[in-house]
Design a protein around this ligand. Structure first.
Ligand code: PBG
Length: 316
């Protein structure tokens, strides 16, 4: 007597009926890069099908995506001139973008990445001192909350930033959720993003604050700490080479907190170029996105959203 596993794979209808995980547009969060100026909707050299958008171009750009069911975006501000103060300016690009989106697409969820690396002269995510940095970050987060953000997502990896941000938000009367990049690794896979967001460190690297990719237990400790400090959800970043962390977070947090996998720029570009150059079939994109879901991600931040919308009919 042996088991007949193949009975459940015999044809497409049977496979569909037995599928454990399904991807849909609801799984995705799309990153957007907001720039100063007007009339800018410029495809990036470093990332095809990813754009720099001025605030006035958000509506035409997003309309077809929202019509296709997109539920959430993640905003990054890319100012034309450096200066950390702009990041918390109520008339800053991100704040303007939030208000515009909320006006045109009231049901679209808006998460704002909170970090200073695109705003700071030296391209680092801190000002030299951990505790001074978390004060700045908390005030940036507050200005995003005041502009109407649905959630703020600190991506700096300073210690205590969730604790401090929660306190500042609460004191101002905002219960805006903090979705923390709790386990963010010092990864080589951020390369294309750094030119998109103009945030490459001028000197040195981010290894003094982002996590050592040799460590898994430490990632779980970071995740627990952020949850205890008040995070409403956590992000694991990058995604593909860190699915072990997604899976461990899923089981250790017992499903109590949403886990989001960030399918970062380098992952996007590797698959994208492989497919665009005809090296590999584009079904590997679906396969990779599904691996994040299967590992336990509740949502996936990905530049593949437009690709998914164009191709999901073949996979759904
Ligand atoms: C900024 C930030 C980075 C990414 C998201 N937020 C870059 C970095 O930490 O160097 C990377 C996203 C991507 O590669 O898609 N703190």
């Amino acid at each position: 007597m042996f088991k007949r596993f193949r009975q459940n794979r015999i044809d497409e209808a049977t496979r569909r009926r037995n599928r454990e995980n399904i991807l849909s547009i609801s799984d995705f969060i799309l990153p957007l890069f907001i720039v100063d100026g007007s009339n800018i909707c410029e495809e990036l050299d470093s990332m095809p099908e990813v754009f720099h958008l001025s605030v006035d171009q958000i509506e035409p750009y997003l309309k077809p995506l929202v019509d296709a069911g997109l539920e959430t975006v993640l905003l990054f501000g890319v100012p034309s001139e450096k200066g950390i103060d702009q990041a918390s300016d109520e008339k800053g690009i991100v704040q303007n973008a939030i208000r515009t989106i909320k006006q045109v697409f009231p049901d679209l969820g808006v998460i704002c990445d909170v970090c200073i690396c695109s705003f700071s002269e030296d391209g680092h995510c801190h000002v030299g001192d951990n505790d001074k940095t978390i004060e700045i970050l908390a005030h940036i987060a507050l200005s995003y909350a005041e502009a109407g953000a649905d959630a703020v997502a600190p991506s700096d990896m300073m210690d205590g930033r969730v604790f401090f941000m929660r306190r500042v938000l609460n004191a101002a009367g905002f219960d805006t959720p903090i979705i923390s990049y709790a386990a963010k690794f010092a990864s080589g896979f951020y390369g294309p993003f750094r030119s998109a967001a103009d945030c490459a460190p001028q000197e040195g690297d981010r290894k003094g604050y982002q996590m050592d990719f040799c460590n898994g237990n430490e990632a779980l400790a970071e995740i627990w700490a952020d949850v205890e400090e008040g995070a409403a959800g956590i992000i694991v970043k990058p995604a593909l080479t860190y699915l072990d962390i997604v899976s461990r977070a899923k089981s250790e947090l017992a499903g109590d907190y949403p886990i989001i996998a960030y399918n970062v720029s380098g992952e996007y570009m590797l698959l994208r170029s492989g497919v665009d150059q005809g090296i590999i079939a584009d079904s590997v994109i679906y396969e990779s996105l599904m691996s994040m879901k299967r590992a336990g991600a509740n949502r996936i931040i990905s530049y593949f959203v437009p690709w998914w919308i164009r191709n999901s009919g073949r996979f759904e």
